[in-house]
Design a protein around this ligand. Structure first.
Ligand code: ATP
Ligand code: MG
Length: 253
């Protein structure tokens, strides 16, 4: 795979340690006299190479925990350590840096830039990381090849189907060789056949050793992961294997 020429401010990471360590994480929004506990004491460890689905109903706190795991936001209280680095106390620039170094994002609406072609879209994380132009182009093309749309590199996103656009966004998530791929409802805008295609691709990436966290409200999608964490009212109410989760929901829980 790609080498990491990016500047490493961090200590070398011990693989026997969890990649993600969340301990008593709270995100509390105060609205006048009311408080909303969007995350109400979340603790979990995720190790390198896992494929985890975080599932829960609308308003259960999925996006809130995803924003924390993705270093887009910090907890009100509690500890979050990513790859040995304490994210809970980071500020804007530090958060942007760890995001760029460690995380590839896949969103429901793809979030591709409409005026840029596919190659330029996929190059973007490398541009932020300060990789030089020739190297950027080479790696972005390799990444487009991995997802099977390299022949369309000159096209604009709008000239592609939804499934193809999601593949491009996966290529963009992979291009920086991230430690973690974070996918928020990645099949939410796709038909069932294309969804299967995208989920199959995520499974393949996991088989190749990538760590994946998939956020969804849909049990049947969550069951594609190996481990399932269910949240309800900001708390973890289930954390176990897909088999155990299948058993749990078949009993109507
Ligand atoms: N900025 C905010 N200010 C106040 N309350 C918020 C804020 N963001 C989220 N919340 C509240 O926190 C709770 C969890 O929201 P969150 O967006 O994490 O849910 P979700 O599980 O992602 O839901 P959905 O499936 O609808 O996306 C909700 O009650 C929501 O109203
Ligand atoms: Mg959400």
């Amino acid at each position: 795979m790609f080498g990491r020429e990016k500047k490493r401010e961090s200590k070398p990471f011990d693989p026997s340690m969890p990649l993600i360590h969340l301990k008593d994480v709270y995100k509390i929004y105060r609205m006048g006299d009311n408080e909303v506990r969007a995350n109400d004491g979340i603790s979990m460890d995720i190790y390198d190479g896992e494929f985890v689905a975080i599932v829960g109903k609308s308003g259960s706190g999925k996006s809130t925990i995803m924003n924390i795991i993705g270093a887009l936001d910090v907890p009100t209280q509690g500890e979050y350590v990513l790859g040995g680095e304490d994210v809970s106390r980071m500020k804007g620039d530090q958060l942007a840096s760890i995001r760029n170094r460690m995380i590839g994002f896949i969103f429901q609406q793809y979030n591709l830039l409409p005026r840029q072609n596919l190659l330029e879209n996929v190059e973007l994380p490398l541009l932020y990381a300060g990789v030089k132009a020739s190297e950027r182009r080479k790696r972005a093309m390799e990444s487009l090849e991995r997802v099977g749309v390299a022949d369309k590199w000159r096209h604009k996103p709008s000239q592609l189907s939804g499934g193809q656009q999601q593949r491009v966004s996966i290529a963009r998530a992979l291009v920086g060789n991230p430690s973690l791929i974070l996918a928020d409802e990645p099949t939410g805008a796709l038909d069932s056949r294309t969804s299967r295609d995208v989920l199959g691709f995520l499974k393949q990436l996991n088989d190749e050793g990538n760590t994946i966290i998939l956020i969804t409200h849909d049990n049947s999608i969550a069951l594609q992961a190996k481990r399932i964490v269910r949240i309800h009212d900001g708390k973890i109410v289930f954390d176990g294997s897909a088999e155990a989760y299948r058993e749990e929901i078949s009993h109507g829980n």
